[in-house]
Design a protein around this ligand. Structure first.
Ligand code: 6GU
Length: 277
């Protein structure tokens, strides 16, 4: 996969030289190129922003440097519309990190990991002139994406997160692909708790079932711990969970957590405690 990142702070992306993603780049599994937006300006001051039409606080990123930068990384003309029949290579996906984007999820990471080419456009200030997004649709599949409901100063930190989430799904990047299967969000649930040696530490014991050698029991305990954790920390995830084919013991586990299975979906049992008389 090739990934291009355009930013006015290219040094912000330096951590992508480390760890698993850095190794993937060295191994040729990931061709990651970082570009300085200011290299695509033409004025002496290398200006990338200006005041917003309509007034208001802050600055807006000017359209022309972005068009020049995105055209250069995508090998398209910044002036001409896409030539007819030029759709031989698939369009790169242009990801625009923004708190106003669609939510970046594990499912989105999986979709993006299937692509040949991703381009990330890191906005700063109040954002990028909206006409860049309209123009870019001629050359890219444009996806504004948000990490969650909070505000960062710019897209760079979000790109670090998104590139790591996508990069680790590429074939060969994570040594043991099984570790991708049994982790939080891969099955719509949070991960079960994990333990290692020593079995007794500061008077705290590892749950006995994990020392039993009974693999069926261990798998069931771990599944039930996933249910318990998800119900406690992320009950919103349970509304999406497919409970249609759960074994009896798992339905009982959910019943103990206050959830019934209705039409294949989990439904929170109305809390009647303290509502007597
Ligand atoms: Cl993707 N970008 C910015 N600037 N802020 C965010 C975000 C992205 N996701 C959450 N907050």
């Amino acid at each position: 996969m090739r990934i291009d990142v355009v930013s006015i702070f290219p040094e912000y992306l330096a951590p992508l030289e480390l760890s698993l993603i850095g190794k993937a780049r060295q191994d040729g599994l990931l061709d990651l190129r970082v570009h300085d937006l200011r290299d695509f300006t033409t004025d002496r001051h290398r200006t990338v922003d200006d005041t917003p039409y309509g007034g208001g606080a802050g600055m807006v990123m000017k359209p022309e440097p972005w068009a020049q930068a995105l055209a250069a990384v995508a090998d398209v003309s910044a002036e001409q519309p896409a030539a007819a029949g030029s759709a031989v290579a698939p369009r790169p996906v242009l990801i625009v990190p923004s708190p106003a984007g669609e939510r970046f999820t594990q499912a989105a990471a999986q979709e993006l990991a299937e692509e040949d080419r991703l381009v990330f456009a890191c906005g700063r200030y109040e954002g990028i002139d909206e006409r860049v997004m309209e123009w870019a649709q001629e050359h890219f599949t444009v996806r504004p994406m948000s990490l969650g409901d909070y505000v960062l100063n710019g897209g760079e930190v979000a790109v670090l997160a998104m590139v790591e989430a996508v990069g680790r799904l590429l074939p060969g990047v994570v040594g043991n692909p099984e570790s991708l299967v049994e982790e939080s969000h891969s099955d719509g649930l949070l991960e079960y708790p994990v333990y290692t040696k020593p079995s007794s530490w500061r008077d705290r014991e590892v749950p006995a079932v994990l020392l039993s050698g009974n693999h069926g029991k261990i798998a069931q305990w771990r599944r039930h711990e996933q249910y318990r954790r998800t119900a406690e920390r992320r009950p919103d995830l349970l509304a999406e969970f497919d409970a249609g084919k759960l074994p009896r013991a798992d339905r009982t586990a959910f019943a103990d957590l206050g959830y019934d299975v209705v039409d294949g979906r989990l439904r929170r049992r109305p809390d009647t405690a303290g509502e007597q008389n």
